[in-house]
Design a protein around this ligand. Structure first.
Ligand SMILES: [Zn+2]
Length: 237
């Protein structure tokens, strides 16, 4: 066991290790059975009802150990397969358009697009190094339009954010802190058409009026931006 945190008084969440397997444990009152779930890029999730002994949990995990390892390995393989290599000719996106990567050795590092090519200048960098150059480029590209788009969204909604930051996120397109009126947008939005970033800004601003994802919330969002659903659908591709 590494650390333990209680999210609310009802749900118990903690990390634990059983026979070399790293797990996230989530115990909820009312849940009937134990479940194990292998997740990409995350620890295996063990969920179940509150009040079970450590021994019960351990035995359950051990009886599924072989399958878990097999699934984890298969998942990791497919994940690596999807990862970019940053080699010549590879397809990359910027604002919904497709470009072919053109890496070039150069003294000064940087990237830009011209016609259907994305030129990536690098000093003999490996995969991670090239990725970093591209991410820096993406960040600059997003910065170019973010403030104008935010202003437009603020004028449309009549709501104001104190701050808007760009962040690389894995599971969400945007998030907000209502109390501090702060918004975060996912750096990867730079790959999609501009209306997608705009729809995320509208979404997060609307949370200043309505916290939940309920009928009222979506009514507000659609009222602010009639193409909201269309933009969000593009993000699901
Ligand atoms: Zn939301």
């Amino acid at each position: 066991m590494i650390r333990s945190r209680k999210k609310s008084s009802q749900v118990l969440e903690k990390s634990l290790k059983i026979q070399g397997l790293d797990l996230d444990l989530k115990l909820t009152p009312g849940q009937k059975n134990l479940y194990l779930r292998v997740r990409p890029g995350k620890k295996i999730l063990l969920s179940g009802p509150l009040g079970l002994s450590q021994e019960t949990l351990e035995n359950f995990v051990l009886s599924h150990r072989e399958d878990l390892l097999k699934n984890q390995e298969a998942l990791e393989r497919s994940r690596l397969h999807q990862e970019k290599t940053y080699e010549k000719g590879e397809v990359h996106q910027l604002w919904g358009r497709t470009y072919f990567l053109e890496p070039k050795l150069a003294a000064k590092e940087g990237a830009y697009v011209f016609r259907d090519k994305l030129y990536l200048y690098h000093k003999s960098r490996d995969r991670e190094g090239r990725e970093k150059i591209l991410l820096d480029f993406y960040r600059e590209e997003m910065k170019k339009i973010l403030q104008d788009l935010l202003k437009k969204a603020e004028e449309t909604t009549g709501l104001k954010a104190k701050e808007c930051r760009i962040k690389k996120m894995k599971t969400r397109w945007g998030s907000c802190n209502i109390r501090y009126r702060r918004i975060w947008v996912n750096l990867h939005l730079v790959k999609y058409p501009e209306i997608c970033l705009y729809s995320v800004l509208i979404h997060e601003l609307a949370h200043f009026l309505e916290v939940g994802h309920n009928k009222r919330f979506y009514g507000l969002v659609e009222g602010f931006f009639s193409d909201y659903e269309k933009a969000q659908a593009l993000l699901k591709d």
